[in-house]
Each structure stands twice: as C-alpha cells, then as structure tokens.
Design a protein around this ligand. Structure first.
Ligand code: PRP
Length: 212
C-alpha cells in the first residue's frame, strides 16, 4: 500500500452491504468488494482506497491503532468500547436502537430488590442504569440475549432492537428505549492530520450523498 492510500475498516455483515452501496453511489468501482470471496482486504480500484473487512469491535481497534485510517462501525459498538478516534459522520443507515426489554407484562421497575440485567453490551447497560442512579446486577451474555429473561436468569435485557421481531416472537417487549444507533464514520486521530486532504475530500463526498 502506498503512503497516500486510505485504508478503511468496514464492519462485516449488516453494515457491509449499505457501505458498499454508498461507495457505489459515489461512483467508486466496488467490483472487488462485491466479488470478495474469502478475501479480507479489497481494493477500490482507481481511488487509492483499500477496504478491510472486520468484526465491529476490531474496526475500532484497527482505527485506534492507526493501521486503518477510517472505519465504518455502529454507534452500538462505539458506545460499548469507547476509544480514542474521531467520530465524524452519521451515515444514516444501520438504524436500530438499544432498549431495555423483558417478558411481556412484567413490571421491571416494581419493588426494591436489585434487578438482574443481561446484555452483550455490559458497559452500555451499566451506564444506562448508573444514569438513573439504579443499582443492578449485570450478566454478560454473548448472543441471543433474549434467552436470559426467558430462562429466568435476568429480569431484563439491554439489547439491540431493529425490527422488534425477535422480541415479539419470544414473548418479550420493550420497557424503555436506551439510545438510537446507526452506522458512523470514524477516523484515526493521526490520519486526520497526515491525510487530511484525502480524508476531507472523501468525507465531503459521503456527506453530500447522505444529506440528500
Ligand atoms: C441482534 C439483537 C437481537 C436482534 C434484534 O442480534 O441482539 O437479537 O438482532 O433484531 P430484530 O429487532 O430485527 O429482531 P444479532 O442477529 O446481531 O445476533 P446476536 O444475538 O448474536 O447478537
């Protein structure tokens, strides 16, 4: 990779297609990305851009360490992992929300006993209840957090709700919204200075597209 190349870390999966569509709408050649096979680093021909496909939390790690200049990652991951980088644009796709949810009809806030809350996003859950001054026990669950209240492990969950189908099909409901989530563009703090011109031009192209 030459010095003036931009390396963009892109979250694999849900945000991947929307980001590739965004690049395509900018007139970029996204053929390599569309026919990636099992390749993890793909060129955007003619743009001096390389795209790195990574898991959400790793996008943050690569951008924070400066091995990728930019990253596309959900606000959910940003809220959970924090880190030192610039969050410069809301890309407007990947919209969903963090919510406190649990068994339908259960009154989560009833009584004085310490409640148990399951989440894959324990920092987000902790911050949410701290902001309420409420003491809760938080249990980390790696996936399908909806199981925890169903199995009686937790009184509630703090999790991503997109369509609401998973909650509905499992007899659960949202008790309270926690935060809105969407895809964000993040930039390494040093790249922002050293590659300012190239980053500014890419960001203004993206912003003119997403504002429309
Ligand atoms: C997320 C989230 C919910 C589901 C919500 O899980 O944890 O389970 O999506 O989507 P819905 O409101 O449209 O039903 P994901 O599929 O990312 O997998 P995970 O359980 O392994 O985190």
């Amino acid at each position: 990779m030459s010095e003036c190349n931009l390396r963009i870390a892109l979250t694999k999966g849900r945000l991947e297609k929307d980001t590739v569509n965004l690049f395509e709408s900018l007139g970029f050649d996204v053929n390599a990305l569309k026919e990636k096979g099992r390749k993890l680093i793909l060129p955007v021909y003619g743009q001096n851009i390389d795209v790195v496909l990574a898991k959400a939390a790793d996008v943050i790690t690569y951008v924070e360490h400066g091995v990728c200049d930019l990253g596309v990652v959900g606000k959910d991951t940003i809220m959970e992992y924090g880190g030192k980088y610039f969050e410069i644009a809301d890309l407007g796709f990947g919209k969903c929300k963090f919510a406190l949810a649990g068994r339908k009809g259960y009154d989560f806030y009833k009584g004085y006993g310490v409640k148990t809350v399951a989440s894959k996003y324990t920092n987000v859950a902790r911050a949410f209840f701290e902001s309420k001054g409420m003491d809760v026990d938080i249990v980390k669950i790696e996936g399908s957090v909806e199981l925890a209240p169903l199995l009686g492990l937790a009184d509630g969950i703090v999790d991503i709700v997109e369509t609401g189908t998973t909650l509905k099909e499992n007899g659960l409901e949202v008790y309270e919204d926690v935060a809105d989530v969407s895809a964000r563009l993040i930039v390494n703090t040093v790249s922002m200075k050293l590659k300012k011109e190239k980053i500014d031009s890419l960001v203004s192209m993206i912003e003119s597209k997403i504002r429309r």
